[in-house]
Design a protein around this ligand. Structure first.
Ligand SMILES: [Zn+2]
Length: 76
């Protein structure tokens, strides 16, 4: 199971919790309030490595165009 980082909206405290993948909330150890997942460097790296690089490469299509103005994906 991955370890996620959460931030309590009430206490504004960060804590780590071992959670099943996909769990978006964990209870704050102090007040018990459901806390949302914090964006940690680790999880950002994992998600960008696993699910982000491929869609971007696919959407880029044409390597000769720079950025959003490229219409190649529509015309090709
Ligand atoms: Zn709390």
């Amino acid at each position: 199971m991955p370890i996620y980082e959460y931030v309590c909206p009430e206490c504004n405290v960060k804590f780590d919790r071992l959670q099943p993948a996909g769990a978006s909330q964990a209870e704050c150890p102090d007040c018990g309030l459901p806390s949302k997942k914090a964006l940690s460097l680790f999880s950002a790296f994992v998600s960008s490595d696993g699910g982000f690089s491929e869609p971007v490469a696919g959407m880029g299509g044409c390597g000769g165009c720079a950025g959003g103005a490229c219409a190649c994906s529509a015309t090709h």
